[in-house]
Ligand binder design. Structure first.
Ligand code: SF4
Length: 276
């Protein structure tokens, strides 16, 4: 039988930032069909670091349950690998209660994503998905199978073709993201919308437009569980020509202009601020 592979970008054994309020193992799947100019994980956009699904699943189960990993690398570095794994187990065992899939775009690998969520269920973990929303059909299938407890949806610009083409490098993405958003709102999965704000995009008017659309969808889908819209301060990538990030004051001004229809959270260095 053919071995099932997963193009793995990495595993963070314990994160409290990807899903606020939970402690999660975060699994990064490599590959993304988009090319956002400020991509936060550019090294995961492409490439191949495929691993056997069974090995990845064993590692995740070990991190969650604190068991010994059965499969060992038989290299001269094996002792180092054991120590690293032991540290990971010790640090994550008592706390982990969720698995988050991130990327890249995790739904680019539909089969492995499905299997990883099934694995999380078998480990009695809550499941979160960080997605750009560019695979609405795959998202719908996961939600219909009850495999995702929370969606973190990146909305990168106003959901218009020209804005989204600028933000992702591709035409036709806006309609897919809109469809993903409607699917989440319709089925009532807990939802956090995240928008990263850079100096040149999206403009304040686009942020207000996104919030207006969310407000309209809330009215249309009474089952919706939209929790908040997060405005994240975009930072320059290491090694890139720097830029001055959009200030917290500017983000607060935008939050004020959005009004009370959508709860807005601002994430900007050095602290968090909530609009009330
Ligand atoms: S969707 Fe995410 S991973 Fe893909 S290019 Fe954009 S920022 Fe990078």
């Amino acid at each position: 039988m053919k071995e099932i592979m997963v193009n793995l970008g990495g595993v963070v054994p314990l994160s409290t930032v990807d899903w606020p309020g939970r402690t999660a193992v975060v699994v990064f799947l490599r590959g993304c069909p988009l090319r956002c100019p400020h991509c936060h994980n550019i090294e995961l956009q492409s490439g191949d670091s495929s691993a056997k699904f069974h090995s990845v699943a064993t590692k995740i189960a070990s991190l969650v349950k604190g068991e010994r990993i059965v499969a060992r690398a038989s290299s001269q570095n094996s002792q180092q690998i054991d120590l690293d794994e032991a540290t990971e187990r010790a640090s994550s065992k008592p706390f982990v209660d969720a698995l988050v899939l991130s990327g890249g775009e995790p739904l680019m690998q539909a089969g492995p994503a499905y299997r990883l969520f099934r694995l999380a269920r078998s480990l009695q973990l809550c499941t979160g998905l960080e997605t750009s929303g560019c695979y609405p059909d795959r998202l719908r299938a996961l939600l219909e199978d009850g495999l995702v407890d929370k969606v973190f949806l990146d909305i990168k610009a106003a959901l218009q073709d020209h804005s989204y083409e600028r933000a992702t490098g591709f035409v036709g993405v806006a309609a897919r993201v809109k469809e993903s958003l409607r699917i989440c709102m319709e089925c009532g999965v807990p939802l956090e919308v995240r928008t990263t704000v850079f100096p040149e995009m999206p403009a304040a008017s686009e942020l207000i437009e996104i919030a207006g659309m969310l407000s309209e969808l809330k009215k249309e889908f009474s089952k919706n569980r939209l929790e908040r819209m997060v405005l994240q301060q975009g930072q320059p990538r290491k090694g890139d020509l720097g830029f001055e990030p959009v200030s917290r004051a500017v983000l607060q001004e935008v939050a004020g202009a959005i009004g009370d229809h959508v709860l807005v959270q601002i994430k900007a260095r050095p602290n968090l601020a909530w609009k009330t």
